[in-house]
Design a protein. Sequence first.
Lengths: 262, 335
Amino acid sequence: MKRALAVAAVLSFFLGPLAWQALTSIWPEAELTRPLPRSLTLSSYAGLGGTFARAVLSSLVVAAGTTAVSLAVGASAAFAIAKLDFPGRRLLLGGALAISMFPPIATVGPLYLVLRAVGLRDSLAGLVLPYTTFALPLTLWLLTSFFQELPDELYRAARVDGCTPWQAFLHVFLPLSWPALATSAILVFIFSWNELLYALTFLSTPTKRTVPVAIALFAGEHVEPWGQIAAASVVATLPLAILTLLFQRRIVSGLTAGAVKE
Amino acid sequence: MASVSLERLRKSHPGAPDALRELSLEIEDGEFVSLVGPSGCGKSTTLNLIAGLDEPTSGMVRIGGAPVNGLSPAERDVAMVFQSYALYPHKDVRGNLAFPLQLARLPRAEIDRRVAETAGLLGIAPLLTRKPRELSGGQRQRVALGRALVRKPRVFLFDEPLSNLDAGLRAQLRGELKRLHAALRATFVYVTHDQAEAMTLSDRIAVLRTGELQQVGAPREIYDRPANRFVAEFFGTPRINVVPGRVLGVPGGEVGIRPEHLEILAAPAAGALEGTVELAELTGAETWVTVTVGAEQLVARAAAEFAARPGERIWVRPLPGRILRFDASGDLRRT
């Protein structure tokens, strides 16, 4: 009984806000202040319209792009750090960590100037680039520790069998690293999907806005469309929830990779 | 097939003692040579330098007479078998065997033919569709062996390939390796810390210690005429007895006598030393008797039926010509 109560408390703490959001999205706008609505409606979803659909598309492009670039660069770099012998490996890892320590608000001004200078301002590619710099350290650390757990003899065997270092990575280590890749992918995807500050600053064309920006800009001067904001939040959260549930097992095995001897 | 020649190989790592100091060694075409020594002696380093997995700080590696420094492992045309088998976990046995051939861009039909041939030779044909995790230790090592064989390389390198197996399986695979070498007449370089393994397998043994070559020779020679005390003590179980010379009536320095070269007598005789039985350990085929002579303890081999109890008086006599004499620095004195 006590246990059930504790579980209920924890669940309501985490799921409460989500449930609230979901309820608000189907609560008729005019009755938001009433304790119970007279009827439920999907009109908030219907009201989201084409602009929001575009935002979802933009977010998908940016998040998928960031994930792809982070994994491609992160996995090969992590492999090199974990298995190849070159000077400055520790420094590279430490440097990556140091970069991720910068608060985004401190970099947003200089980054804006840089992106404008290279002509990437107000483009989705202009978001993928800075997102990758923030996502890469995480990917790098996660994958490096994973590759370090794979035995060195496997690399030496691949080399003797005729692999170049790149072939050893491609044919031997990459196929073995799916759990870690899936974990990194999810984490990077969530980060890029939720990012607001850069997206708000670097994008000006309304049709390019990402989901967090779109939601933030729903509020007009005189009205707060709570129902629509809630509906948009639900739509934005759903893909993440589904993705995470799908890969749940892998994420856990990826995060604990090498924690204990197998 | 090719000879391997190591010329004044040195390998140093910054901030650490040299892993290898000026190692020179000639390995003949078709020879089975073991590199033996305790851990950290440089034997695995040497193997990596031959394989091309590592480059020497100075010195030269030649395979088939041609210098191979700076060449990749693939260009050197060597194959290696590892202690942990190092099979590719995501590939089945067929995939593991075919991988080196695919990398060499052999035609498909040739790959299939060679994989089938190798699998037949090693008796792993029924396992071709299994993944490594579904195999026993012995089967895994056979597959690892197959992955080396399938390429028909010029030189085979073995890095403690039997150390992860239990004793029975180890003895069986040891026999297979020996037969394989006889059948292939290929050059085998075999690293092990197990002196018995080196003795039974090798044409010649190279003994290393902290990066320095101690002795190279046929097993018999290493055992009977060890270059120094270290080599004498490394080979043979139980270990050789090393005592001050005066105990056996030899002036100065230290002397060594192997347990099987000490004869046990029940009564005094010329040249026999009087002692008391300390311990008698029956191993089945024979009994190892620890005898206290004065302040020293000597181990001697006795027949399995040896019945003396601890504390009993006994006499031991070194067999003529079997005493090894070491000088002050531990080197064997040539007499």
